[in-house]
Design a protein around this ligand. Structure first.
Ligand code: NIG
Ligand code: FE
Length: 420
């Protein structure tokens, strides 16, 4: 099946020499073709070019994209979208002056979500998470990494990961799953953190590996959560099963999380609000993608990570939403772009690269996603009639999405999951 999208005002994110990711000055290079066509064959990009070079051939479907731009879908490499209920009471507590850590210490935060998840069936979790996936796709996201971490027992962590597996099977978006048993110490292990870590290593990781439920392992390595030494032990235990790390690091303090991630060849280290020269030096020459989640800094009213310093030091940077009920209840990657530009002084080109090719790398899919390259998955979106690329982060609440294509098919004409 061939679908031709023609008269595209601007085809954005074209890579002639594909890279696994972009770094330093290269992050500001966003190649595009004006007045372009794109040919989709089944679920992948077949070819593309200037309208004047289109040689007529029979196709099954033709779409006139006059006035519209076409971009690769966003890749959201860090989310926690399987959860029960929402936590707006804590939102109010924060408005009244409590900090994220104070809320967590009072049994709120992650433990609050763990309690609710325990009471919720797999079916209910699946249905609510699929609604979030549907909303994210409509905002232009075509690939989503989803973490466990509200289970905190063998049984409930497996329950979450099985829900993620079902999402993988049912959603047209590309899904990657991450085991995050070390998200917080559960109430029944209070004061016995070492025993909880031992249990993760002895029971949880083998059980998760046995069912093949996790692409990655994550640890919340930060002040008040898990130590560098505990993180190292858990990452090494997962490596025995070839489960690669992606970790939460330096959200609350200069915790050493970045360094332990780099030493364990983590695919990404995420958050990084507390990052200085030492951390940047550790990331140089590594395979680890620094991933920034400005939605969390925005929602918690914290300082933003030093994106400019990182890029100017020659590092790559990826962007993700951190969609979760406590610190970032939104999966809108376009708003993440706006925050990156406005609050972290990234250029629109850098932000778009960070949310496409670099975030694809941060979830292990940059060979197949994140840019316009022949052979890559046809997960792309057409914008409405907009004047420029810069308009996307500038118009920070406007819905600029016209049509999303996943696996080469138009997504959700009706409000149902997948139209055709
Ligand atoms: O990425 N930092 C740790 N975990 C999540 C928050 C989860 C929650 O509060 O429920 C985050 O911000
Ligand atoms: Fe997170």
């Amino acid at each position: 099946m061939y679908t031709l999208i023609k008269n595209i005002k601007k085809l954005v994110g074209v890579e002639y020499l594909p890279h696994p990711y972009l770094w330093g000055e290269r992050m500001d290079l966003l190649h595009s073709i004006d007045q372009a066509w794109l040919l989709i064959e089944d679920d992948h990009i077949h070819s593309f070019g200037h309208m004047e070079d289109w040689t007529d051939m029979p196709v099954d479907k033709e779409i006139d994209a006059s006035g519209k731009m076409l971009l690769p879908c966003f890749c959201d490499s860090h989310t926690h979208i399987v959860y029960a209920g929402s936590r707006e009471q804590e939102f109010v507590d924060k408005i009244k002056g409590l900090s994220y850590i104070e809320i967590a210490k009072r049994g709120g935060g992650i433990l609050n979500s763990a309690e609710r998840l325990h009471q919720t069936t797999e079916e209910e979790l699946f249905e609510s998470a699929m609604k979030r996936v549907d909303e994210m796709i409509r905002f232009g996201t075509g690939a989503i990494e989803i973490k466990s971490g509200y289970g905190l027992s063998v049984e409930d962590e497996l329950k979450m990961l099985r829900v993620i597996k079902r999402i993988k099977e049912h959603s047209p978006a590309t899904i990657k799953s991450t085991f995050l048993g070390a998200h917080a110490v559960p109430a029944e292990y209070k004061g016995r953190q070492k025993e909880y870590v031992d249990m993760i290593i002895k029971d949880m990781i083998p059980a998760v590996a046995k069912e093949g439920l996790a692409d990655f392992i994550d640890v919340f390595c930060d002040e008040g959560f898990f130590t560098v030494e505990e993180t190292d032990r858990m990452l090494k235990a997962a490596a025995e099963y070839d489960i690669e790390p992606k970790i939460h690091a330096n959200e609350l303090a200069c915790s050493g999380g970045i360094q332990v991630g780099v030493l364990n060849r983590a695919l990404s280290v995420d958050h990084l609000e507390f990052t200085g020269k030492e951390e940047i030096d550790a990331l140089q020459e590594s395979i680890t993608m620094p991933t920034l989640l400005p939605g969390a800094a925005f929602f918690l009213g914290m300082d933003y990570p030093p994106a400019r310093y990182m890029i100017d030091s020659g590092l790559p940077v990826a962007l993700a939403s951190d969609y979760n009920p406590g610190s970032s209840p939104s999966g809108n990657m376009k708003f993440v772009l706006s925050l990156a530009c406005i609050q972290m002084k990234m250029t629109p080109n850098e932000a778009i690269n960070a949310a496409t090719i670099n975030s694809a790398y941060a979830m292990g899919i940059s060979l197949t996603h994140g840019s316009i390259v022949a052979g890559k998955k046809a997960n792309v979106f057409l914008t409405k009639d907009i004047p420029s690329i810069e308009f996307i982060p500038y118009a920070y609440t406007s819905d600029i999405i016209d049509t999303v294509f996943l696996n080469g098919k138009v997504y959700g004409k009706s409000r149902k999951r997948q139209a055709d």
